[in-house]
Design a protein around this ligand. Sequence first.
Ligand SMILES: Cc1cc2nc3c(=O)[nH]c(=O)nc-3n(C[C@H](O)[C@H](O)[C@H](O)COP(=O)(O)O)c2cc1C
Length: 377
Amino acid sequence: MRLYFLRHGIAEELATSDFARELTKRGRRRVATSAKVMKRLGIAPSHIFSSPRLRARQTAEITAKALDKNVTLTEAVNFGFDLADVRRLTKDLDAEAEIMFVGHNPDMSLLVSEITGVDVSMKKGGLARIDVIGGAVDEGELVWLIAPKVFDTLGDKTMPAEALISDLLATPAQKLPTTAQPLHDLIKHRWSPVGFDRDRDIDRETLLSILEAARWAASSFNLQPWRFIVAPRGNATEFQKILSVLREGNQTWARHAAVLMIAVIQKFREPDAPNRHAAHDLGLAVSQMVLQALDQGVYVHQMAGFFPDKAREIYRIPAEYEAFTAIALGYRTANLDHLGEGQREREAAPRQRLELSDIVFSGSWAQPAAFLAEGKA
Ligand SMILES: Cc1cc2nc3c(=O)[nH]c(=O)nc-3n(C[C@H](O)[C@H](O)[C@H](O)COP(=O)(O)O)c2cc1C
């Protein structure tokens, strides 16, 4: 089930009663623009429930008209709209239903925050999309929140809907690193999703540039001890072959990836000389691959959970090489219906890291480097 929360547009300050406050001219114009953008985005609520207060009702009606839907006015969405009302309004609806509520603050902001766990403040005319996690409407992922200003900008553009959608599938707030230091955007926004879009393939040029990025990594003695076995989903036989090498827990989400790979290291520099840095170098190559991919909107999720011996057998990998990691690549989706609860929770969980003082030493082992403390050189 998918929930949309739409706060009414800009309304006149005074009227005979609060109930009768109408949208201003600007308010109407903005709501009409956002409705047009919603249509382009393919937003198609099966039900629109609106507060009967005039400003909400007008917002709902303008939106419903653009989307070719009907509005149900209900006191439930009036002032004091809460989770019990959401439960009541949705309880007999299909699991596939997409429901839009058009109402007032603070109820809209409070509800979005309560259901998603993300602290949200909704502007007039703003729209939030929540994909419900599991059966109950009490918990969901905030997939996006469109501010009215963003609607204005999108309304002016003739961008294809697909580009709009991928722009809107922004990094969830909980996946962004909490750091006092500035970071490159690509590093900040990289994370390992399990929600891959099974309907969106990676085109050949994009895949080639991702592999080219790996190719140009640094390596000890420039030995380039990396090899990649690659299977785009379009090649069903090869894709299934790699999938069959993954551990079951990884198969559940990786089967929706657009490309699967097995990354292999060359373990020896010469027949009797092991290359101690091969794993380091493979990591560098994959790291470049990950960032290049993200620059093109493609997410990467690496895996240790696979069967190297099975890979050796299936691909006849020679003894001096070793299958080291498996890699899934694809575009993200917020639709996690195919995943178990644990994986959905993982997708919604904040990312954790050790502190710099746990990993950066000087002087002696485990002694945090002095310069880490403020004011010290
Ligand atoms: C070498 C390597 C092996 C990994 N193996 C798995 C795996 O088998 N399954 C999985 O779901 N995630 C795997 N991960 C993903 C990590 O769990 C993830 O990178 C880590 O929790 C940090 O999260 P982030 O990448 O979102 O920052 C692996 C990552 C790396 C680099």
